[in-house]
Design a binder for this molecule. Structure first.
Ligand code: AMP
Length: 114
């Protein structure tokens, strides 16, 4: 999608601090971090949100989950723990309409979220 900021990061048109990439996924540091470590993981494929995901995306979603865990280990988050979040739609505060997972860690976090 030409006007999608995350597609532009994935294809190199917009700079970001990329921490991981493979043929299906890209992960980069969030511009506005909410914790000492805050990484955004996206599929290269433009999917608007988890609500737009379908059976055909099952393998991709499994891949993203495993990649998130691998990134968390690489970032030394596994021992202390971390949160994996995907915001879907306005009530959740989704601000970029490209499916993404926040990998957040490096500090204790409350539950439930505000
Ligand atoms: P959400 O609010 O769940 O849609 O999350 C979107 C996230 O993308 C926010 O945490 C933003 O800070 C982050 N973000 C937006 N634009 C960029 C960018 N160009 N580089 C890195 N992170 C970004």
């Amino acid at each position: 999608m030409a006007d999608c900021i995350f597609c532009q990061i994935a294809n190199g048109q917009v700079d970001s601090e990329i921490v991981y990439q493979d043929e299906l996924a890209v992960a980069f540091r969030d511009l506005n971090p909410q914790a000492p470590t805050h990484i955004v993981l996206i599929p290269r494929q433009h999917i608007v949100s988890l609500d737009a995901a379908r059976e055909e995306h099952s393998e991709l979603l499994g891949h993203l989950a495993l990649v998130a865990a691998e990134i968390a280990r690489q970032q030394d988050l596994a021992e202390g723990g971390y949160r994996l979040v995907t915001n879907v739609g306005p009530d959740a505060g989704q601000s970029v309409a490209h499916l993404h997972f926040h990998i957040i860690g490096g500090r204790p976090m409350g539950w439930p979220p505000g």
